[in-house]
Each structure stands twice: as structure tokens, then as C-alpha cells.
Design a protein around this ligand. Structure first.
Ligand code: NAG
Length: 139
């Protein structure tokens, strides 16, 4: 095989126009083309692998970002629920305090008004008594 190849190369060096040379030349160029294509394919494959790795990294980043957003949203939801329940508790407490304060005020007002009535009646009785005493003194 090696001998045959050497013979072809030797012959072609001496006689480039012989048909065996053109056939050899054709096959050599074909082989070169195949090799170049293979190299180009390998480069393309490497590029594809690199791009794929980048895409995977980007997807991971996106996934991480999504998880962060989701956990932040969950935190916010928890805080909102907490605020709402505290607000509801505050409103309920305030309503309770206002109601009992109002009740106590009404009770105090009723007590005071009946006390005023009593005092007025006492004062009236005293006045009637004093007028009677004065009338007795001057009659
Ligand atoms: C009613 O009379 C009592 C005794 O004099 C007094 O202590 C009280 O303050 C009076 N109440 C009002 C509402 O004036």
C-alpha cells in the first residue's frame, strides 16, 4: 500500500498530466474537502455545546430568580395576612373599648341626671320648708 502510494506520488511528480494522477488528485481533493467539512462540523458542534452550556446557565439563573420572587411573594403574603389580622384585632379591640366607654358614659349620665333630679327635689323641699318657717315668723 505504501509502495503503491509512493509510486503514484513519484509518477505524478514526473508526469502531472497522466490519468492516474488526475484521479489521485481528485481523490486527494475530495479527502481534503471531507476533512475540512469534518473540522467545520467539529467547530460547529463545539459552538453548539458552548451555547447549550450558556443556555443551561441562563435557565438556572432564571430558575433561581423565580424561586426568589416566589419566596418574596410568600413572605409578603404572610406579612399581609399578619397585618390584616392585627388590624382586625385592633378594630375589634377599639370597638370593644369604645362600646364599653360609651356604656359607662351613658350609665354615668343617667346616674348624674337622677342625682340632679334628687338634689333638685331636696332643694325644693328645703325651700318650701324655709318659706313656711319665714311665713310663720311674720304671721
Ligand atoms: C347632689 O348633692 C350632693 C350632696 O349635697 C352633692 O355631693 C352632689 O355633688 C350633688 N350632685 C349634683 C349632680 O349636683
Amino acid at each position: 500500500m505504501w509502495l503503491l502510494l509512493s509510486l503514484i506520488v513519484f509518477t505524478c511528480a514526473r508526469e502531472p498530466s497522466s490519468p492516474i494522477c488526475s484521479r489521485y488528485d481528485y481523490e486527494e481533493r475530495l479527502l481534503e474537502r471531507v476533512l475540512r467539512n469534518e473540522l467545520a462540523l467539529e467547530t460547529t458542534l463545539n459552538d453548539i455545546l458552548k451555547t447549550n452550556a450558556k443556555v443551561i446557565d441562563a435557565l438556572k439563573l432564571l430558575e433561581d430568580g423565580k424561586e426568589k420572587v416566589e419566596s418574596t411573594l410568600a413572605d409578603m403574603e404572610k406579612k399581609q395576612i399578619d397585618i390584616e389580622s392585627r388590624l382586625a384585632g385592633f378594630i375589634s379591640d377599639s370597638t370593644h373599648v369604645m362600646k364599653s366607654t360609651l356604656d359607662a358614659t351613658v350609665v354615668a349620665l343617667v346616674e348624674t341626671s337622677s342625682e340632679i333630679k334628687e338634689n333638685a327635689s331636696v332643694t325644693k323641699q328645703q325651700l318650701v320648708y324655709e318659706v313656711r318657717v319665714l311665713k310663720g315668723k311674720f304671721s
